[in-house]
Design a protein around this ligand. Structure first.
Ligand code: GAP
Length: 449
C-alpha cells in the first residue's frame, strides 16, 4: 500500500539511513547546504551514471565536458547573469525578514508591478505584521575573489548554472570532435545560487548539482529539436527512473516566468511531497548565448554549413535537471508502506539498477564462526559480481530485513546451518518479501539488476 508521502517521511528516512545530512550539522548547519552520506552518494552516482549513459554514451553526437566552476567573470557578464540572474525579494520593515516575493504572493510571475499588487495586503509570515516593503530584484550570483587581493578587479563568480562554459567551449568541442550540427555538449557539475529562501530539503538549495546538455542546432530546426528533448526528459523519468506518469505534469512558462535567456521553456513538474513542482526544464535559448559571447569576446563562433554554403549562429535547445531534485523525486516515488505480519513496514521500491546496495548477506547467527565464515565467502563472491553488497550480522533477521527494506536493497541472502550441509541459501525479495531456497551457484540466475 502506498501512501501520500510527506516531506518529513523523506527527510527522516534520508537522515536515519545515511542518504542526506545537513551540512556542518554539529555547528547548527548552514541553510541551503547539504552533505550526501554513504547511501546518498551511491544513489546519486547511479542516477548520474544513468543520465550520462542515456545522454552522452547513447548519442554519437553528444560530447562530455567537465569545466571549471570559476570562469573569467566576463562569461557571466556576457551571459546576462551578472545583470539579470535575479529573483524578486520582499523585505519586512518591522522584523527585517526577507522572502521570495513570488512564493509569498503564490504566483509564478516575477513581474514587479503584479507582485506589488498581490502583496499589498499580505502580512509578513515571520512577524505577522502588514509591513512588507515594495518587492525588488535581488541577484543570486555567489561571489569570491581570485588571488591575494580582495578588490573589485579580483571578483569572480561561482557558476550559477553549468551551461555557461559549454558555450565558451563550443568551438573547442566542435573542432576537436569534428562535429557537425546538430551536436550537443553535456556536463554534470556543481552550481551555486544565493537563493533568498532555500527550502524543502534538497529541493531548493544554494549549492546544487546540475545535469545539463546544450544542443547546438540550425535555427530552422528549433521547434522539432525542442519537442525531441522534451520527449527525452519525459521518457527518461518514466523508463529509466521508474517514475509513474501520474506523478508528472508539463508546465509551460509564460513570458513573466521565463529566464532572461529563454524564448520558450517547458518544465516537467514532479509530485513532490510539497506538491507538483519543477524537476526538469527544456529551454529554447535561441542564439542568445553564442551571439552574446561572440559580441563580448570578439571571437567568431558562427557555423558554416558545407552543404548550403550558408553561415549562421546556431540556436541552442537546453535540457537541464537538478541532481538533488532528481534524488528527491526518486526517493518520493519509491517510498512505500505496507503491513507485514500486522506490523508497518517502510520500504523503498527502487528500480534494482538504482538501489545503492544490490544484495545484503546475513549469517543467521552472529556467534557461530562456521556460519560467519560461510557468509563471508558468499559475500565476497557476490561483491565481485555486483559491487555494492552489504554484510550484516547485527540484530535479529527481521530487523536486518527492515534495515535493507528502508534503503531499497532488492535482495537479501541468509546463510544458515543447512547452507553448511547442502550449499543452499534463502533469497528474499524486497517487494514481495517472499523467500526462496536456492543453491549458491544459482544465485546469479535469480538476482536481476
Ligand atoms: N541552465 C538552465 C538552468 O539552470 P534553471 O531552471 O534555473 O535552468 C535547471 O535550473 C534545473 O536545476 C531545475 O529544473 C532544477 O531541477 C535545478 N535547480 C535550479 N535551482 C535549484 C536550486 N536552488 N536547488 C536545487 N535545484 C535547483
Amino acid at each position: 500500500m502506498s501512501k501520500d508521502v510527506t516531506l518529513e517521511d523523506i527527510v527522516s528516512l534520508a537522515k536515519r539511513r545515511g542518504f542526506v545530512f545537513q551540512s556542518s550539522e554539529i555547528y547548527g548547519g548552514l541553510a541551503g547546504f547539504y552533505d550526501y552520506g554513504p547511501l546518498g552518494v551511491e544513489l546519486v552516482n547511479n542516477i548520474k551514471a544513468l543520465w550520462w549513459q542515456a545522454m552522452v554514451r547513447e548519442h554519437d553526437n553528444i560530447f562530455g565536458l567537465d569545466s571549471a566552476i570559476i570562469q573569467n567573470p566576463k562569461l557571466w557578464e556576457a551571459s546576462g547573469h551578472v545583470a539579470g540572474f535575479t529573483d524578486p525579494l520582499v523585505d519586512c520593515k518591522s522584523c527585517g525578514a526577507r522572502h521570495r516575493a513570488d512564493h509569498l504572493a503564490g504566483t509564478d510571475s516575477t513581474d514587479i508591478k503584479e507582485l506589488t499588487k498581490l502583496l499589498a495586503n499580505k502580512a509578513c509570515p515571520n512577524c505577522g505584521k502588514k509591513t512588507l516593503m515594495k518587492p525588488r530584484f535581488y541577484n543570486m550570483m555567489m561571489k569570491t575573489w581570485v588571488g591575494p587581493v580582495e578588490d573589485d578587479s579580483a571578483v569572480a563568480y561561482l557558476r550559477p548554472e553549468t551551461a555557461g562554459p559549454m558555450y565558451t567551449n563550443y568551438e573547442n568541442v566542435r573542432e576537436t570532435m569534428r562535429a557537425k550540427l546538430p551536436f550537443g555538449i553535456a556536463q554534470i557539475g556543481k552550481a551555486f545560487r544565493n537563493e533568498i529562501s532555500p527550502r524543502d530539503f534538497v529541493f531548493r538549495v544554494r549549492e546544487l548539482e546540475q545535469m545539463e546538455m546544450q544542443y547546438f542546432i540550425n535555427p530552422a530546426d528549433d521547434k522539432k529539436e525542442y519537442e525531441n528533448w522534451r520527449k527525452f526528459a519525459w521518457e527518461f523519468l518514466i523508463k529509466r527512473l521508474g517514475i509513474a506518469e501520474s506523478e508528472l505534469q508539463w508546465h509551460e512558462h509564460d513570458k513573466n516566468e521565463r529566464a532572461h535567456y529563454a524564448a520558450a521553456a517547458h518544465d516537467i513538474y514532479f509530485k513532490f511531497p510539497q506538491g507538483f513542482k519543477e524537476l526538469w526544464g527544456t529551454h529554447n535559448r535561441t542564439d542568445f548565448d553564442l551571439s552574446n559571447h561572440m559580441k563580448a569576446s570578439g571571437k567568431d563562433m558562427q557555423y558554416f554549413d558545407e552543404e548550403t554554403k550558408k553561415r549562421f549562429t546556431p540556436y541552442v535547445v537546453e535540457s537541464s535537471v537538478g541532481v538533488g531534485r532528481m534524488l528527491m523525486a526518486v526517493l518520493t516515488s519509491a517510498y512505500t508502506e505496507d503491513e507485514q505480519n500486522g506490523e508497518k513496514r517502510i520500504f523503498l521500491k527502487l528500480p534494482a539498477h538504482l538501489a545503492p546496495i544490490k544484495v545484503a548477506v546475513f549469517p543467521l547467527l552472529k556467534n557461530k564462526p562456521e556460519l560467519i565464515k560461510k557468509a563471508r565467502e558468499v559475500y565476497v563472491m557476490l561483491k565481485k559480481e555486483y559491487g555494492n553488497v552489504m554484510f550484516d550480522d547485527n540484530g535479529n533477521i527481521g530487523k536486518r530485513y527492515r534495515r535493507q527494506d528502508e534503503i531499497g536493497t532488492p535482495y537479501c541472502v541468509t546463510i544458515d546451518f543447512d547452507t553448511l550441509k547442502d550449499a543452499t541459501v534463502t533469497l528474499r525479495n524486497r517487494d514481495t518479501t517472499k523467500q526462496n531456497r536456492i543453491t549458491i551457484n544459482n544465485l546469479h540466475k535469480s538476482i536481476v539488476l
